[in-house]
Write a protein that binds this ligand. Sequence first.
Ligand code: GTP
Ligand code: MG
Length: 208
Amino acid sequence: MENRRGSFAPPLHMQARFVCSSPGLKGCPQPTLPEHAFIGRSNVGKSSLINMLTQRKGLAKTSATPGKTRLINHFVVDENWFLADLPGYGYAKVSKSMRETWPALIRNYLMQRKNLLNTFVLIDIRLEPQPIDLGFIRWLGTHQLPFALVFTKSDKLSKGKVKESIDRYSRTLLREWEELPPAFVSSAQTGAGRSELLQFIVEANKIF
Ligand code: GTP
Ligand code: MG
């Protein structure tokens, strides 16, 4: 898995605003714009990444307490695309099967949201591959839902350890996948990965 690179310069001034919080698919804004969802274990850094991407510190609420985001939070960027901050998984019992722990609201949203172009699955770069993440990735695959991986908190590891960690993840995924998904390395602290992620989003939005 190569970190995506390019000469893309992200816009300096992005306009991002909160749209609404919804307990399920029904309350979500009309699916009139392309949408990207952000999901991952509780505390992986979803809200921090959203704030880093949009360069608005308090836009998505961050917390050191896992499970802060319990609703689907929609943001609109440049009145042009939606960003959805999904509730973190993994605060339910990890030992139970994905089916039991995965809230129905998220499953329905991911399967039925018409304008959803891509789901970013966030992975803490410091951890070895976790069954709950692998289970979720498998579930996305089974339902043929497009996704990309984002390794978060890369500022917490040396460059060498970052590479080691990604290589380990690639090896794990290749045990059951023929191809690796797009992958990004990010840090909400340093801004690493921002232009690569935005370039990917802008490209994806063109097909909407
Ligand atoms: P839930 O909403 O509870 O599921 O959590 P979340 O995935 O939205 O995580 P959040 O962004 O709230 O971050 C959790 C903790 O990790 C906070 O203490 C953040 O400051 C920290 N954090 C998030 N991203 C980074 C990062 O890139 N680097 C570092 N060093 N810390 C980070
Ligand atoms: Mg959050």
